[in-house]
Design a protein around this ligand. Sequence first.
Ligand SMILES: [Zn+2]
Ligand SMILES: [Zn+2]
Length: 77
Amino acid sequence: MADIQKVEACCKKCDSASLTCKYNVFEQADLEIHSWEHKCIDCGYRLTTAYRSDDEDIDFTTEVVDQCPYCGRQGNK
Ligand SMILES: [Zn+2]
Ligand SMILES: [Zn+2]
């Protein structure tokens, strides 16, 4: 049940403006993972970021995990 949308962003590799933005949420017991992926439709170049609730560097109460770090859109669960 990933949330995938086409977004207008510039590919760092080929300068294409056609990218997909994918938001995925994984929840199991105490673990929560929010992952974001931008993928170029033309060359396949990918950028990924994942927020894990068991990562000590991330404070889930203050970190905005349901917003794309690349294009800033809100993710739909
Ligand atoms: Zn590209
Ligand atoms: Zn995005």
